[in-house]
Design a protein around this ligand. Structure first.
Ligand code: NCD
Ligand code: ZN
Length: 351
């Protein structure tokens, strides 16, 4: 058995309130635990985006009764809620800003982004969904306003090169990569259609190779767990996003077997990195036990997430989470949950 610290995924969409048919706090935190994650950070792009203290409090109230693992919340802004920023700063792990189109149409331009950076409490992370050329502009604005900028899900050589350059210039910038941008190429979208469609899109092999070759320049792995119902995914106009919580660690452990990375890399990318960037301290007695050698086949229908689809459906992986402990309590064993909804704690609770 391999013992690892409880993993932290700082980019998860739990869909509550408003889209509980896609995911809710119970199903999403069960998926997290089953995948080895004991802390997850939830995104604000809900049916009604979380852009006020009131909405944040309501979300925390609902979460409090339902979560099985620990959950923190990122705030949202469309550039019109500046008076809320200081009110929520003790209740959120960061603010997520969308500069490129994605699910929910929750987008701001760089002028609005600058205003947000000028007003957001300095030091609390600003996470951005920015792609291609927008990244350089965003990093520059973040630097001028002394903010900590986290570039979510970098997916191409050019994007990572931009981040590497900024880091070399001494800018306070970090970046994450998703498992799908590491383990899939654009070929998967051609093969699987909507089941492998997300934002940012999957890239050619050369970009994927560049990410792998520069893993040391990447700060974290973030699943961008973005569940949608199977029905929606099979629609004429399927939404973007794929689930990730239950496959991330197994994909990484399988890659360890193939000598593509080490267990130390996994700890850095899925625990130490996220803990540092988002200022999360986990209890010493929060850890997971993994059978590194167990071979299993992904069956999307059997996952705990409500998204009963996965780009890795049918794929055989090596490495399975056997036991999960949170603050010394065993919460998961043999695919069973041993605690009730409400056991998990809210990170930066303000209710
Ligand atoms: C996300 C979603 O469904 O909420 N979709 C996606 O393709 N990644 C939105 C996002 O965070 O970009
Ligand atoms: Zn996302």
């Amino acid at each position: 058995m391999l013992k690892l610290p409880g993993l932290i995924d700082p980019h998860v969409h739990l869909r509550t309130p408003g889209q509980e048919y896609k995911e809710d706090f119970i199903s999403g935190t069960k998926a997290a635990i089953a995948g080895g994650f004991t802390t997850i950070l939830d995104m604000p792009n809900n049916a009604v985006p979380i852009t006020t203290l009131e909405l944040l409090k309501q979300k925390q109230e609902t979460a409090k009764k339902a979560i099985l693992c620990d959950v923190g919340f990122h705030f949202g802004s469309l550039g019109q809620n500046f008076e809320e920023f200081t009110k929520v700063q003790n209740g959120v792990t960061g603010i997520k800003i969308y500069l490129n189109q994605t699910t929910g149409g929750f987008i701001v331009d760089t002028t609005a982004f600058r205003k947000i950076c000028e007003r957001w409490p300095v030091g609390l992370p600003i996470l951005v969904h920015a792609e291609a050329d927008v990244i350089a502009e965003v990093i520059e604005i973040g630097h001028q306003t002394m903010q900590n900028i986290h570039i979510c899900h970098i997916s191409s050589q050019k994007e990572l090169e931009t981040v590497i350059q900024a880091k070399q210039n001494g800018y306070k910038v970090t970046c994450g990569v998703t498992p799908h941008h590491l383990f899939l190429t654009e070929e998967a979208t051609q093969r699987l259609g909507s089941i492998a469609m997300m934002k940012p899109t999957l890239k050619p092999q050369a970009d994927v190779d560049f990410l792998w070759n520069h893993l040391q320049d990447i700060d974290i792995i973030e699943s961008d767990h973005a569940p949608h119902s199977l029905e929606e995914k099979q629609n004429d106009k399927p939404p973007f996003g794929v689930p990730g919580l239950e496959t991330t660690l197994a994909l990484l452990l399988t890659a360890v077997k193939e000598n593509k990375l080490t267990i130390q890399d996994i700890t850095r990318l899925c625990h130490d990195g996220p803990a540092k960037i988002f200022n999360i301290t986990e209890d010493k007695q929060t850890y997971i036990e993994v059978d590194e050698n167990e071979v299993w086949t992904v069956d999307a229908a059997q996952l705990f997430t409500k998204a009963k689809s996965s780009p890795w459906n049918g794929i055989t992986l090596t490495g399975k989470v056997k036991q999960v402990y949170i603050r010394g309590t065993k919460v998961f064993e043999n695919n069973q949950f041993l605690v009730e909804p409400g056991f998990g704690q809210i990170i930066k609770n303000i209710i």
